[in-house]
Write a protein that binds this ligand. Structure first.
Ligand code: DAH
Length: 340
Protein backbone atom coordinates (compact mmCIF):
# COMPACT_ATOMS: atom_id res chain seq x y z
CA UNK A 1 0.00 0.00 0.00
CA UNK A 2 2.84 2.30 0.96
CA UNK A 3 4.58 1.59 -2.27
CA UNK A 4 1.44 2.47 -4.13
CA UNK A 5 1.08 5.85 -2.38
CA UNK A 6 4.73 6.56 -3.08
CA UNK A 7 4.21 5.71 -6.71
CA UNK A 8 1.24 8.02 -7.01
CA UNK A 9 3.15 10.83 -5.35
CA UNK A 10 6.07 10.28 -7.69
CA UNK A 11 3.74 10.30 -10.65
CA UNK A 12 2.27 13.60 -9.53
CA UNK A 13 5.71 15.12 -9.01
CA UNK A 14 6.83 13.98 -12.43
CA UNK A 15 3.68 15.38 -13.99
CA UNK A 16 4.44 18.77 -12.43
CA UNK A 17 8.02 18.57 -13.62
CA UNK A 18 6.95 17.68 -17.15
CA UNK A 19 4.47 20.53 -17.21
CA UNK A 20 7.11 22.98 -16.05
CA UNK A 21 9.71 22.07 -18.65
CA UNK A 22 10.25 25.06 -20.89
CA UNK A 23 10.71 24.18 -24.52
CA UNK A 24 11.77 27.11 -26.67
CA UNK A 25 14.12 25.66 -29.23
CA UNK A 26 14.92 22.51 -31.13
CA UNK A 27 17.72 21.87 -28.65
CA UNK A 28 15.47 22.05 -25.57
CA UNK A 29 12.95 19.85 -27.38
CA UNK A 30 15.63 17.22 -27.93
CA UNK A 31 16.66 17.44 -24.26
CA UNK A 32 13.00 16.89 -23.36
CA UNK A 33 12.81 13.80 -25.56
CA UNK A 34 15.94 12.29 -24.00
CA UNK A 35 14.84 13.09 -20.46
CA UNK A 36 11.20 11.97 -20.71
CA UNK A 37 10.68 9.71 -23.66
CA UNK A 38 13.86 7.72 -24.18
CA UNK A 39 14.46 4.20 -22.82
CA UNK A 40 16.53 5.65 -20.02
CA UNK A 41 13.94 8.22 -19.00
CA UNK A 42 12.43 8.53 -15.52
CA UNK A 43 9.06 7.52 -16.96
CA UNK A 44 10.52 4.26 -18.21
CA UNK A 45 12.05 3.76 -14.82
CA UNK A 46 8.65 4.28 -13.25
CA UNK A 47 7.06 1.74 -15.62
CA UNK A 48 9.59 -0.91 -14.76
CA UNK A 49 8.85 -0.28 -11.04
CA UNK A 50 5.23 -1.31 -11.54
CA UNK A 51 5.99 -4.89 -10.74
CA UNK A 52 6.52 -3.80 -7.13
CA UNK A 53 3.01 -2.40 -6.85
CA UNK A 54 0.42 -4.56 -5.15
CA UNK A 55 -1.46 -6.50 -7.82
CA UNK A 56 -4.85 -4.95 -7.28
CA UNK A 57 -3.42 -1.43 -7.67
CA UNK A 58 -1.17 -2.28 -10.61
CA UNK A 59 -3.80 -1.57 -13.21
CA UNK A 60 -4.72 1.91 -11.96
CA UNK A 61 -1.08 2.91 -11.33
CA UNK A 62 -0.17 1.58 -14.79
CA UNK A 63 -2.96 3.67 -16.29
CA UNK A 64 -1.65 6.79 -14.51
CA UNK A 65 1.87 6.23 -15.77
CA UNK A 66 0.61 5.62 -19.31
CA UNK A 67 -1.44 8.80 -19.14
CA UNK A 68 1.61 10.72 -18.04
CA UNK A 69 3.62 9.18 -20.81
CA UNK A 70 0.95 10.16 -23.34
CA UNK A 71 0.93 13.71 -21.98
CA UNK A 72 4.71 13.92 -22.35
CA UNK A 73 4.46 12.55 -25.88
CA UNK A 74 1.76 15.03 -26.75
CA UNK A 75 3.81 17.91 -25.41
CA UNK A 76 6.78 16.68 -27.42
CA UNK A 77 4.75 16.28 -30.64
CA UNK A 78 3.12 19.70 -30.30
CA UNK A 79 6.45 21.45 -30.05
CA UNK A 80 7.96 19.29 -32.78
CA UNK A 81 5.13 20.38 -35.09
CA UNK A 82 5.56 24.00 -34.05
CA UNK A 83 9.27 24.02 -34.84
CA UNK A 84 8.64 22.30 -38.17
CA UNK A 85 6.15 25.01 -39.10
CA UNK A 86 8.49 27.86 -38.23
CA UNK A 87 11.31 26.16 -40.14
CA UNK A 88 9.03 25.94 -43.16
CA UNK A 89 7.81 29.51 -42.89
CA UNK A 90 11.40 30.69 -42.68
CA UNK A 91 12.15 29.01 -46.00
CA UNK A 92 9.11 30.39 -47.79
CA UNK A 93 9.76 33.67 -49.64
CA UNK A 94 7.82 36.60 -48.28
CA UNK A 95 5.14 37.11 -50.86
CA UNK A 96 4.57 40.67 -49.66
CA UNK A 97 8.13 41.78 -50.45
CA UNK A 98 8.35 44.07 -53.48
CA UNK A 99 9.63 42.12 -56.52
CA UNK A 100 13.22 42.26 -57.72
CA UNK A 101 13.45 44.73 -60.63
CA UNK A 102 14.05 42.90 -63.92
CA UNK A 103 16.89 44.41 -65.92
CA UNK A 104 15.59 45.07 -69.41
CA UNK A 105 17.98 45.17 -72.32
CA UNK A 106 18.08 48.21 -74.58
CA UNK A 107 18.01 48.58 -78.36
CA UNK A 108 21.39 48.85 -80.05
CA UNK A 109 21.90 52.42 -81.34
CA UNK A 110 22.54 51.12 -84.87
CA UNK A 111 19.26 49.26 -84.75
CA UNK A 112 17.43 52.34 -83.45
CA UNK A 113 18.74 54.44 -86.33
CA UNK A 114 18.22 51.71 -88.95
CA UNK A 115 14.59 51.41 -87.86
CA UNK A 116 14.23 55.19 -88.01
CA UNK A 117 15.66 55.27 -91.54
CA UNK A 118 13.29 52.50 -92.62
CA UNK A 119 10.32 54.26 -91.03
CA UNK A 120 11.06 57.58 -92.73
CA UNK A 121 11.36 55.99 -96.18
CA UNK A 122 8.37 53.74 -95.60
CA UNK A 123 6.35 56.87 -94.85
CA UNK A 124 7.46 58.13 -98.28
CA UNK A 125 6.20 55.02 -100.07
CA UNK A 126 9.31 52.80 -100.01
CA UNK A 127 9.07 49.06 -99.22
CA UNK A 128 11.67 47.13 -97.21
CA UNK A 129 13.92 44.59 -98.94
CA UNK A 130 17.15 42.74 -98.28
CA UNK A 131 19.61 40.45 -100.03
CA UNK A 132 22.45 38.01 -99.31
CA UNK A 133 25.63 39.10 -97.50
CA UNK A 134 27.67 36.51 -99.42
CA UNK A 135 27.37 37.78 -102.96
CA UNK A 136 28.61 36.89 -106.45
CA UNK A 137 30.77 39.11 -108.60
CA UNK A 138 27.89 39.94 -110.94
CA UNK A 139 25.58 41.46 -108.32
CA UNK A 140 28.27 43.17 -106.27
CA UNK A 141 30.42 44.50 -109.15
CA UNK A 142 29.81 43.62 -112.81
CA UNK A 143 26.12 44.48 -113.10
CA UNK A 144 26.88 47.77 -111.34
CA UNK A 145 29.37 48.77 -114.02
CA UNK A 146 32.54 48.21 -112.04
CA UNK A 147 35.22 47.60 -114.66
CA UNK A 148 37.44 44.55 -114.01
CA UNK A 149 40.38 46.76 -113.04
CA UNK A 150 38.36 48.88 -110.57
CA UNK A 151 40.24 49.25 -107.25
CA UNK A 152 37.15 48.24 -105.22
CA UNK A 153 37.59 44.73 -106.62
CA UNK A 154 41.07 44.61 -105.17
CA UNK A 155 41.91 42.00 -102.53
CA UNK A 156 42.81 44.90 -100.25
CA UNK A 157 39.22 46.15 -100.21
CA UNK A 158 37.16 43.03 -100.59
CA UNK A 159 36.92 39.80 -98.60
CA UNK A 160 36.83 37.17 -101.33
CA UNK A 161 35.49 33.68 -100.71
CA UNK A 162 36.79 32.52 -104.11
CA UNK A 163 37.25 34.08 -107.57
CA UNK A 164 33.52 34.56 -108.07
CA UNK A 165 32.14 34.99 -104.54
CA UNK A 166 32.80 37.71 -101.96
CA UNK A 167 31.27 39.25 -98.84
CA UNK A 168 29.26 42.13 -100.28
CA UNK A 169 31.09 45.45 -100.08
CA UNK A 170 27.90 47.51 -100.30
CA UNK A 171 24.13 47.10 -100.29
CA UNK A 172 23.98 48.29 -103.93
CA UNK A 173 24.05 44.58 -104.86
CA UNK A 174 20.46 44.34 -103.56
CA UNK A 175 19.42 46.95 -106.17
CA UNK A 176 20.49 44.59 -108.94
CA UNK A 177 18.71 41.61 -107.39
CA UNK A 178 15.48 43.64 -107.12
CA UNK A 179 15.72 45.06 -110.64
CA UNK A 180 16.27 41.53 -112.01
CA UNK A 181 13.12 40.22 -110.38
CA UNK A 182 10.67 43.14 -110.18
CA UNK A 183 8.82 45.27 -112.66
CA UNK A 184 8.75 49.10 -112.33
CA UNK A 185 7.42 51.05 -110.64
CA UNK A 186 9.58 49.88 -107.75
CA UNK A 187 10.58 51.80 -104.66
CA UNK A 188 12.71 50.08 -102.05
CA UNK A 189 14.78 50.80 -98.95
CA UNK A 190 17.39 48.06 -98.31
CA UNK A 191 19.25 48.06 -94.98
CA UNK A 192 22.02 45.55 -94.30
CA UNK A 193 25.53 44.64 -93.24
CA UNK A 194 28.50 45.07 -95.57
CA UNK A 195 32.16 44.06 -95.33
CA UNK A 196 35.43 45.75 -96.30
CA UNK A 197 38.96 44.56 -95.80
CA UNK A 198 40.08 47.67 -93.93
CA UNK A 199 42.33 48.24 -90.96
CA UNK A 200 40.15 48.83 -87.90
CA UNK A 201 40.38 52.38 -86.54
CA UNK A 202 38.20 55.06 -84.96
CA UNK A 203 36.74 55.78 -88.42
CA UNK A 204 36.68 52.35 -90.10
CA UNK A 205 35.64 48.81 -89.26
CA UNK A 206 35.90 45.60 -91.29
CA UNK A 207 32.11 45.41 -91.35
CA UNK A 208 29.48 48.09 -91.03
CA UNK A 209 25.90 48.81 -92.14
CA UNK A 210 24.32 50.63 -95.04
CA UNK A 211 20.84 51.53 -96.17
CA UNK A 212 20.33 51.61 -99.92
CA UNK A 213 17.43 53.29 -101.71
CA UNK A 214 16.10 52.70 -105.22
CA UNK A 215 13.24 54.11 -107.24
CA UNK A 216 12.61 53.03 -110.84
CA UNK A 217 9.68 54.25 -112.89
CA UNK A 218 8.91 56.21 -116.01
CA UNK A 219 10.17 59.82 -115.91
CA UNK A 220 11.99 59.71 -112.58
CA UNK A 221 14.19 62.81 -112.31
CA UNK A 222 17.03 64.14 -110.17
CA UNK A 223 14.51 66.58 -108.66
CA UNK A 224 12.55 63.58 -107.30
CA UNK A 225 15.75 62.27 -105.71
CA UNK A 226 16.52 65.62 -104.07
CA UNK A 227 13.01 65.98 -102.75
CA UNK A 228 13.08 62.58 -101.01
CA UNK A 229 16.52 63.18 -99.53
CA UNK A 230 15.58 66.67 -98.30
CA UNK A 231 12.64 65.13 -96.49
CA UNK A 232 14.84 62.37 -95.06
CA UNK A 233 17.33 64.91 -93.63
CA UNK A 234 14.51 67.03 -92.22
CA UNK A 235 13.00 64.06 -90.38
CA UNK A 236 16.32 62.54 -89.26
CA UNK A 237 18.24 65.67 -88.21
CA UNK A 238 15.57 68.35 -87.85
CA UNK A 239 14.35 71.29 -89.94
CA UNK A 240 17.23 73.58 -88.94
CA UNK A 241 19.82 71.19 -90.45
CA UNK A 242 21.18 72.56 -93.77
CA UNK A 243 22.20 70.37 -96.69
CA UNK A 244 23.99 70.54 -100.02
CA UNK A 245 24.70 68.30 -103.03
CA UNK A 246 28.20 67.94 -104.46
CA UNK A 247 28.97 66.32 -107.84
CA UNK A 248 30.69 62.96 -107.41
CA UNK A 249 31.36 59.72 -109.23
CA UNK A 250 30.02 56.17 -108.83
CA UNK A 251 30.23 53.56 -111.60
CA UNK A 252 26.52 52.74 -111.34
CA UNK A 253 24.97 56.24 -111.35
CA UNK A 254 25.10 59.07 -113.89
CA UNK A 255 25.08 61.84 -112.85
CA UNK A 256 26.32 61.07 -109.33
CA UNK A 257 26.37 63.23 -106.24
CA UNK A 258 27.16 63.21 -102.56
CA UNK A 259 24.94 64.87 -100.00
CA UNK A 260 26.39 66.83 -97.08
CA UNK A 261 24.60 68.17 -94.04
CA UNK A 262 25.73 71.09 -91.88
CA UNK A 263 27.93 69.59 -89.18
CA UNK A 264 25.64 68.26 -86.50
CA UNK A 265 28.32 68.56 -83.84
CA UNK A 266 29.53 72.18 -84.26
CA UNK A 267 26.40 73.46 -86.03
CA UNK A 268 28.46 74.49 -89.10
CA UNK A 269 31.09 76.58 -87.29
CA UNK A 270 33.92 74.09 -87.91
CA UNK A 271 35.31 71.31 -85.70
CA UNK A 272 37.58 68.22 -85.96
CA UNK A 273 34.65 66.01 -87.05
CA UNK A 274 33.87 68.16 -90.12
CA UNK A 275 37.57 68.95 -90.59
CA UNK A 276 36.75 72.62 -89.98
CA UNK A 277 34.57 72.73 -93.13
CA UNK A 278 31.21 72.94 -91.34
CA UNK A 279 29.86 70.15 -93.59
CA UNK A 280 29.78 66.34 -93.25
CA UNK A 281 29.02 63.86 -95.99
CA UNK A 282 26.11 61.54 -95.24
CA UNK A 283 25.38 59.65 -98.47
CA UNK A 284 26.13 58.94 -102.12
CA UNK A 285 23.41 59.08 -104.77
CA UNK A 286 22.59 59.60 -108.42
CA UNK A 287 20.49 58.58 -111.38
CA UNK A 288 20.74 54.86 -112.15
CA UNK A 289 23.18 54.48 -115.05
CA UNK A 290 21.37 53.36 -118.27
CA UNK A 291 23.88 50.50 -118.55
CA UNK A 292 22.86 49.23 -115.07
CA UNK A 293 19.19 49.36 -116.10
CA UNK A 294 19.83 47.27 -119.20
CA UNK A 295 22.18 44.90 -117.29
CA UNK A 296 19.19 44.00 -115.12
CA UNK A 297 16.69 43.73 -117.97
CA UNK A 298 15.06 47.18 -118.17
CA UNK A 299 14.89 49.43 -121.22
CA UNK A 300 16.67 52.71 -120.34
CA UNK A 301 14.63 54.44 -123.06
CA UNK A 302 11.42 53.69 -121.15
CA UNK A 303 12.56 53.76 -117.53
CA UNK A 304 14.75 55.92 -115.38
CA UNK A 305 15.47 55.85 -111.70
CA UNK A 306 17.51 57.11 -108.80
CA UNK A 307 19.53 55.33 -106.13
CA UNK A 308 21.23 56.35 -102.92
CA UNK A 309 23.28 54.66 -100.24
CA UNK A 310 24.21 55.77 -96.72
CA UNK A 311 26.30 54.40 -93.86
CA UNK A 312 24.17 53.69 -90.81
CA UNK A 313 27.18 54.02 -88.44
CA UNK A 314 27.95 57.44 -89.90
CA UNK A 315 24.38 58.71 -89.43
CA UNK A 316 24.32 57.30 -85.88
CA UNK A 317 27.68 58.85 -84.98
CA UNK A 318 26.49 62.25 -86.19
CA UNK A 319 23.14 61.98 -84.47
CA UNK A 320 24.59 60.96 -81.08
CA UNK A 321 27.99 62.77 -81.30
CA UNK A 322 29.96 59.51 -81.18
CA UNK A 323 33.56 59.88 -82.34
CA UNK A 324 34.75 56.25 -82.52
CA UNK A 325 33.04 53.60 -84.68
CA UNK A 326 34.48 50.77 -82.55
CA UNK A 327 32.13 51.50 -79.63
CA UNK A 328 29.26 50.02 -81.66
CA UNK A 329 30.94 46.61 -81.64
CA UNK A 330 32.61 46.51 -78.20
CA UNK A 331 29.40 45.43 -76.44
CA UNK A 332 30.20 47.64 -73.48
CA UNK A 333 27.01 47.74 -71.41
CA UNK A 334 27.87 51.22 -70.06
CA UNK A 335 27.68 52.55 -73.62
CA UNK A 336 24.73 50.44 -74.80
CA UNK A 337 22.43 51.12 -71.84
CA UNK A 338 22.28 54.82 -72.71
CA UNK A 339 20.02 54.00 -75.64
CA UNK A 340 16.44 53.12 -74.76
N1 DAH B 1 27.53 51.88 -102.83
C1 DAH B 1 28.15 53.14 -102.46
C2 DAH B 1 29.20 52.90 -101.40
O1 DAH B 1 29.21 51.87 -100.80
C3 DAH B 1 27.12 54.12 -101.96
C4 DAH B 1 26.18 54.56 -103.04
C5 DAH B 1 26.49 55.66 -103.81
C6 DAH B 1 25.00 53.91 -103.24
C7 DAH B 1 25.65 56.09 -104.81
C8 DAH B 1 24.13 54.33 -104.23
C9 DAH B 1 24.46 55.42 -105.01
O2 DAH B 1 22.98 53.70 -104.49
O3 DAH B 1 23.61 55.82 -105.97
O4 DAH B 1 30.01 53.75 -101.16
Amino acid sequence: MKICTNMKERIEQLQKKINQVKIDSKETLEQFRIQWLSKKSELQDLLSGIKNVVPKERKSVGALINKLKEEAEEKFNNYKEKFKETAQTQQLPDSYLPGQPIQLGSRHPLNLVAVQINTIFQSLGFSLADGPEIEDDWHNFSALNFPPEHPARDMQDTFFVDDEIALRTHTSSVQVRLMETQKPPMRYIMPGRVYRNEAISARANCFFHQAEGLYIDKKVSFADLKQVLFEFVRQMFGAECKNRFRPSYFPFTEPSAEMDISCFICGGKGCPVCKQSGWVEILGCGMVDPQVLSNSGHDPETYSGYAFGMGIERITMLKYSINDIRVFFDNDIRFLKQFI
